[in-house]
Design a protein around this ligand. Structure first.
Ligand SMILES: C[S@@+](CC[C@H](N)C(=O)[O-])C[C@H]1O[C@@H](n2cnc3c(N)ncnc32)[C@H](O)[C@@H]1O
Ligand code: SF4
Length: 310
C-alpha cells in the first residue's frame, strides 16, 4: 500500500546524522527528529482544517490545487467531522502514522476548527502525537485549549523580533476585530508570539520555531530571532528558505551560502532543524519518502518531489 516518492535515498536522508534533540520524539515525529534516520521513521498526516488567517504575510499565497508542493496549499478544506473520518482512513492506510498535524492552509488558531479537531482525535486515539503550526498571534489566549486538546508539539512562525522589520514581512494583522497596520502590527504580533511561547513552554509543550529566511529583509536578523525565542522557551529553530511568492515574488530564493550563514547565526542560540520539506497543508506520509495523498483522498495529487530544500 505504501506510495514511495523516491526509490533512491534522498539527499536529506543521506546527510550526516546528528544527535537527537528530543529523545522522546526521535523517530516518532519527523519535524522534531534531528537525525536523518529519525526523520525518515514516522509518518505524519496534515489535516487541512484551518480555513482563514488573521495576519497577512507578504510571502504567503494560500491556494487550493493538487500540484504545488509548498506550505499554504491544499487540494481541499476539511471540516472537523471530515478530518476525524480522514484520520480513521489514514490509520488503516499508513503503517507508521504517528503524528497528526494542522498547518494550514490558513492559521489554526484563527478559527475553532483546529482545536475542535484535535480534541476529537485525542479522545479517540490518545496515542497519536498532535502537532500545530501557528503564527502565534492568538497563542497567549488559546494555548491552554491546545494543551487540553492533547497538543504536545508546537511550531510558531517568528520571522523577526524587531517591529520595524516585521512591518515589511506582515504589513497588517487583524487583532480584536480591528485591522492594525505597520510597526504597531509588528509589535503586537511579536509580543504575542513571545508571550505565547513562554506560556506553552510552562505548560510543557515542545516548541520549534519556523523562521522564513527572506533575503534583504531579515537575513541579517536570524541570530536575534533565535536568541529571543530561545529565551522565551523554544527548543529548536527551522530556518525556511523563502519561496518567492505573492508580494515578495520579486525576491530571490536564498542561496546555499545565505542559508548556511543564517543557520550558523541561529545555532549560537538553538538547535537547528535541517530536514524541512516545506510540506503542503494536506501532506500524508513520511516527508520526502512516502506520499499517501492519492490513496487517502482518491485523487491525483502529484507526488512530493524528491529533492531536498534543507
Ligand atoms: C502556510 S503556514 C500555516 C501555519 C501558520 N499560519 C504559520 O504561519 O505558521 C506554514 C509555514 O509555511 C511558511 N510559509 C508560507 N509561505 C511561505 C513561503 N512563500 N516561503 C517559505 N515559507 C512559507 C510559513 O511561514 C509557516 O512557517
Ligand atoms: S500566518 Fe501562515 S497562513 Fe497566515 S499569512 Fe502568514 S504564512 Fe500564511
Amino acid at each position: 500500500m505504501s506510495a514511495p516518492v523516491s526509490s533512491a535515498c534522498p539527499a536529506h536522508v543521506m546527510r550526516a546524522a546528528g544527535t537527537p534533540a528530543f529523545p522522546d520524539l526521535e523517530g516518532k515525529h519527523p519535524c522534531f527528529s534531528t537525525t536523518a534516520e529519525g526523520h525518515a521513521a514516522a509518518a505524519r498526516l496534515h489535516l487541512p482544517v484551518a480555513p482563514g488567517c488573521n495576519i497577512a504575510c507578504a510571502f504567503c499565497r494560500r491556494d487550493f490545487n493538487r500540484v504545488e508542493q509548498r506550505p499554504g496549499v491544499a487540494a481541499r478544506l476539511l471540516s472537523p467531522d471530515e478530518a476525524v473520518a480522514t484520520t480513521e482512513r489514514a490509520l488503516a492506510l499508513v503503517p507508521n502514522l504517528a503524528v497528526v498535524g494542522i498547518a494550514g492552509p490558513g492559521d489554526p488558531l484563527a478559527s475553532d476548527h483546529a482545536i475542535e479537531t484535535f480534541a476529537r482525535i485525542h479522545a479517540r486515539w490518545p496515542d497519536l502525537t498532535l502537532c500545530v503550526s501557528t503564527n502565534g498571534l492568538m497563542l497567549p489566549e488559546r494555548v491552554d485549549e491546545l494543551a487540553a486538546a492533547g497538543v504536545a508539539t508546537l511550531t510558531v512562525t517568528v520571522n523577526s523580533v524587531d517591529p520595524e522589520i516585521q512591518a515589511h514581512i506582515t504589513p497588517k494583522i487583524a487583532w480584536r476585530r480591528k485591522r492594525v497596520n505597520g510597526v504597531e502590527a509588528g509589535r503586537r504580533l511579536i509580543d504575542n508570539q513571545l508571550e505565547g511561547i513562554a506560556r506553552a513552554a510552562a505548560l510543557g509543550l515542545t516548541i520549534k520555531i519556523n523562521t522564513v529566511l527572506i533575503p534583504t529583509v531579515n537575513d541579517h536578523h536570524i541570530g536575534a530571532v533565535a536568541e529571543a525565542v530561545a529565551k522565551a522557551g523554544a527548543r529548536m529553530i527551522n530556518v525556511i528558505p523563502l519561496i518567492p511568492e505573492h508580494q515578495l515574488s520579486h525576491l530571490k530564493e536564498p542561496t546555499f551560502i545565505e542559508r548556511h550563514r543564517a543557520r550558523v547565526a541561529a545555532a549560537k542560540h538553538l538547535r537547528v532543524f535541517t530536514h524541512c520539506r516545506r510540506c503542503r497543508a494536506d501532506a500524508v506520509g513520511v516527508p520526502g519518502l512516502t506520499d499517501f495523498t492519492r490513496d487517502l483522498y482518491g485523487d491525483d495529487i502529484q507526488a512530493e518531489p524528491t529533492f531536498s530544500h534543507g
